[in-house]
Design a protein around this ligand. Structure first.
Ligand SMILES: NC(=O)c1ccc[n+]([C@@H]2O[C@H](COP(=O)([O-])OP(=O)(O)OC[C@H]3O[C@@H](n4cnc5c(N)ncnc54)[C@H](O)[C@@H]3O)[C@@H](O)[C@H]2O)c1
Length: 336
């Protein structure tokens, strides 16, 4: 491996496929190892992409000197153990969303990154989708004025995607608002900043095997005065999408990750009309995500979604789950 390249290991080869393809494409990355409990998947991936190391045991990779970056794409409940072990071995870690299944897990991961002075990034891929990047910019550069309301949705029927061994239907390992809804929570937090309080409702009509609510709506009060609503359905009888609406004093933007246009209305032009804004697909988002992480390692910058940011998203989700249980508004934790 050339000295200017970072050795990358990818653990978990389903979502991990997008990560190892991004590593193969990146000029400063060298895909050193792939790992999955599924021995056939590991060996076929290793052979097809000519990867030096293939293993079913991720702990074999921890101390390898030719690995500098671990990309953790195993199921949610494994993120803490794997992330902390790689950080403690001096590696930088990019971990798939959600950062972890529980707030306590996130706490441990933030602490491991701090004590080892290593980069930790949570792969909230929506932040690398160019339309959502535009939306973020327009919410900050005055185009939309002052943002006073945000609406985000993560709508995805999980009936057929329990994951290997159906881990997504195990209440101890996955909560739909934490594991999937984190996309919508992260987007809302990215636009409006830290949340102060949430009040949520949920019900359960569609996926009996899933032990949590499969429809959840969360009202949010942000610290900056904006308010919002986050919607998460894992049982919806409708197409998948991640939707974002930003309401500002000068205009309103509405778009998602699946349509080829978004809607924009600006007071200065005509607030009674929607303009159609063309937009690309999300195809290159994972590559941009890995590129950003490598840049952060090279230039010693904090990643766009560091451990603290990822932890706040998980904490908001659990505050909403607590609100569903108690029927009361719940304060959000923002200190990690
Ligand atoms: N960014 C996104 O849009 C996105 C999309 C899908 C999944 N994800 C995230 O990626 C993670 C994995 O999800 P998935 O859909 O690939 O799940 P999956 O169940 O389809 O695949 C998980 C893979 O991890 C492997 N694995 C499990 N335990 C392992 C271990 N101890 N060591 C090595 N490999 C192990 C399994 O064999 C399997 O191949 C989850 O955290 C999920 O939230 C993110």
């Amino acid at each position: 491996m050339s000295a200017s390249k970072f050795g990358v290991a990818v653990i978990g080869l389903h979502m991990g496929q997008a990560h190892f393809l991004a590593a193969l494409d990146h000029p400063q990355a060298e895909l050193v190892a792939v790992c999955d409990l599924d021995a056939d998947l590991t060996s076929s991936t290793q052979a097809r992409y000519n990867v030096p190391v293939g293993t079913t045991d991720w702990t074999e990779l921890i101390d390898r000197p030719d690995i500098q970056i671990a990309s953790i794409c195993a199921p949610d409940w494994l993120h803490r153990e794997m992330t902390c072990a790689f950080l403690d071995a001096g590696k930088h870690v990019m971990v798939e969303k959600p950062m972890a299944h529980t707030v306590e897990d996130c706490e441990a991961m933030v602490e491991a990154a701090r004590r080892n002075n290593r980069k930790l990034m949570v792969a909230h891929v929506c932040r690398f989708y160019s339309f959502f990047e535009d939306a973020k910019r327009w919410s900050q550069d005055g185009t939309l004025g002052e943002v006073y309301y945000v609406e985000t949705s993560y709508l995805h029927n999980y009936e057929q995607i329990g994951g290997v061994g159906n881990w997504r239907f195990d209440a101890e390992k996955r909560h739909p608002l934490v594991g999937g809804g984190c996309h919508a929570i992260d987007l809302a937090r990215w636009i409006c900043g830290d949340a102060e309080e949430v009040h949520a409702y949920g019900n359960h009509y569609n996926i009996p095997v899933q032990q949590w609510e499969d429809m959840i709506t969360v009202n949010v009060k942000f610290q900056n005065g904006a308010i919002g609503r986050i919607l998460n359905s894992s049982g919806c009888q409708r197409p998948y999408n991640i939707d974002l609406q930003i309401w500002g004093t000068k205009g309103t933007l509405q778009g998602d990750n699946t349509q080829d246009t978004a809607l924009l209305s600006l007071r200065e032009i005509d607030r009674h009309q929607w303009m159609r804004v063309p937009k690309p697909t999300m195809a290159k988002a994972v590559a941009s995500e890995l590129g950003h992480f490598i840049d952060c390692v090279v230039t010693d910058q904090t990643p766009l979604i560091d451990g603290v940011d990822g932890a706040k998203t998980v904490a908001l989700a659990w505050a909403a789950i607590e609100s569903i249980r108690t029927g009361q508004p719940v304060k959000c934790r923002n200190e990690f």
